[in-house]
Design a protein around this ligand. Structure first.
Ligand code: F6P
Length: 361
């Protein structure tokens, strides 16, 4: 048996641990089944760029961040727009994908990615390419699984950063605004803010008001706390307003890339509260570097589950954490409703009970 494996979408700590687990499980439980790494996400299938992955090729991968296969969040084979052999090609290039799969004699492809990658992968079965998925994202916004790997690492990085900002905020009597990732979900902000004692947490699921945030900071100052930490998710927006997107010289506002709300919150707080405010955007630091132990284990469990589905012929499924168990679920579940923070849920209620403000109107 020969199995392809690819990583698609943004990278995420733990991807290499999945690759390692898939290769080893196929070797050990699949009677020496071979794994072929596909380089650069779907582009590797389109342009036939691969790498043989024997067990020895995946040793030492557990602590390594990124993905040894490379990845891309472009290159949809059903709607391609890019360069192939130096020439611009647009449109459906799935015939190339099928040709690569046939050339390498792949019996299945394990696809590790987020909702976008999964929805593309799910369509492969219609082309006669059996697929099994592994969900990944630091955002933790996939409803098919109780947790995605990469999330715990990102939360740890943010928490450490907020701890550090605390001491300097206190020394200078400043408002420190920390902008974290998460796309349209507030999981990273909520967890990191709770873990490191943020005073205000702004998330996309709870529209906020600048006045309410300012009132919370002023109330703290009246209690003798001359500094505050505001953790803001990149997708958070004031009530009635829109999230903020990056602006690039080439394209103007890029509706696909959130970012910039932290600076707006800081400016509004300086004006309203009268304390100095500074912004820290943690950005891709949250996705880089070594995965936490929890993520290494979750990623390994997902990889083993995916390899076992391949061996069992249980295709168009995806590994998912349900309660305490990792189980296969239909791949289509990955692209169902996103997993968002419940404003009435237990976590938010616990945060409120410990004095965290959500800046709600
Ligand atoms: O989905 C993961 C994520 O890091 C989001 O939190 C963030 O909005 C986005 O990807 C950034 O994407 P890019 O790496 O393309 O800038």
């Amino acid at each position: 048996m020969r199995v392809g494996i690819l990583t698609g979408g943004g990278d995420c700590p733990g991807l290499n641990a999945v690759i390692r687990a898939v290769v080893r499980t196929l070797e050990l439980e699949g009677d020496g089944a071979e794994t072929v790494g596909i380089l650069g996400g779907f582009l590797g299938l389109i342009t036939d760029r691969t790498l043989p992955l024997a067990g020895s090729a995946v040793s030492g991968l557990l602590p390594r961040g990124g993905t040894i296969l490379g990845t891309s969040n472009r290159d949809n084979p059903f709607d391609f727009d890019g360069l192939i052999d130096g020439a611009r090609v647009t449109g459906d290039v799935t015939d190339r994908v099928v040709a690569t799969v046939r050339k390498h004699g792949l019996d299945a492809v394990v696809v590790i990615g987020g909702d976008g990658t999964m929805s593309i992968a799910d369509r492969f079965s219609g082309l006669g390419v059996p697929v099994v998925g592994v969900p990944k994202t630091i955002d933790n916004d996939l409803s098919a699984t109780d947790q995605t790997f990469g999330f715990d690492t990102a939360v740890g990085i943010c928490s450490e950063a907020i701890d550090r900002l605390h001491t300097t905020a206190e020394s200078h009597h400043r408002v420190m605004v920390v902008e974290v990732m998460g796309r349209h979900a507030g999981w990273i902000a909520l967890h990191a803010g709770m873990a490191s004692g943020g005073d205000v947490i702004l998330i996309p699921e709870i529209p906020f008001s600048f006045d309410a945030v300012a009132a919370a900071i002023t109330a703290r100052r009246d209690r003798g706390k001359n500094f505050s930490i505001v953790v803001v998710a990149e997708g958070a927006a004031p009530a009635g307003g829109e999230p903020i997107f990056y602006r690039t010289v080439a394209t103007g506002f890029d509706k696909g890339r959130l970012g910039g709300i932290g600076q707006v919150v800081a400016m509004e707080m300086e004006e309203r509260v009268g304390l100095e405010a500074r912004t820290t955007i943690l950005g891709h630091v949250q996705r880089g570097g070594t995965p936490s132990s929890l993520d290494r284990i979750l990623a390994t469990r997902f990889g083993v589950c995916a390899a076992r589905q391949v061996l069992a012929g249980n295709f168009s499924t995806m590994a998912a954490l349900r309660g305490q168990r990792v189980v296969p679920v239909p791949m289509a579940d990955a692209v169902a409703e996103p997993n968002l923070v419940d404003p009435q849920g237990e976590l938010v209620s616990v945060a409120r009970a410990t004095g965290i403000h959500f800046g709600e109107v």
